[in-house]
Design a protein around this ligand. Structure first.
Ligand SMILES: [Zn+2]
Length: 136
């Protein structure tokens, strides 16, 4: 049956077909996980998707574990999880990494915003943004 395996997005535990709980849950933390469906044989990749996987391989990543779906990958770089996606309609390749959570101390949010805006003003090809802000 091959070795279907995936990393739990919550606790990073390597879940395999042998260890998955109830065919649905991470045995370590109980989060819902989905094992990739292994195709009969490796799908022949072409074009940009192949180029992205070639680059990931060169970086020492296991591309079969990195695959998150068609034209989607996620890899770890240090403590950051980087999500890579390719949109074949507009040829856009995007890499997203969650770097930190918003500070709980509201007074610290304004300086963080100022830092983000300053960094975004630099021509680096990177854009910093907030995905969701939870204020308590
Ligand atoms: Zn887990």
């Amino acid at each position: 049956m091959g070795n279907a395996a995936t990393r739990c997005s919550n606790c990073d535990y390597l879940v395999t077909a042998d260890t998955i709980d109830n065919n649905k849950y991470c045995p370590s933390c109980g989060s819902e996980v989905k094992l990739p469906q292994l195709p009969e044989k490796e799908v022949e990749l072409m074009g940009v998707a192949k180029l992205i996987e070639d680059i990931l391989k060169e970086l020492g990543k296991d591309v079969r574990l990195a695959r998150d779906g068609a034209n989607m990958w996620s890899v770890k770089a240090g403590s950051a999880k980087v999500k890579i996606s390719y949109n074949p309609e507009n040829y856009f390749v995007a890499g997203d990494a969650y770097l930190c959570q918003m500070p709980l101390d509201a007074q610290k949010i304004k300086p963080l915003y100022q830092f983000l805006l300053q960094e975004n003003n630099k021509p680096s090809g990177l854009v910093l943004s907030c995905v969701k802000i939870i204020l308590y």
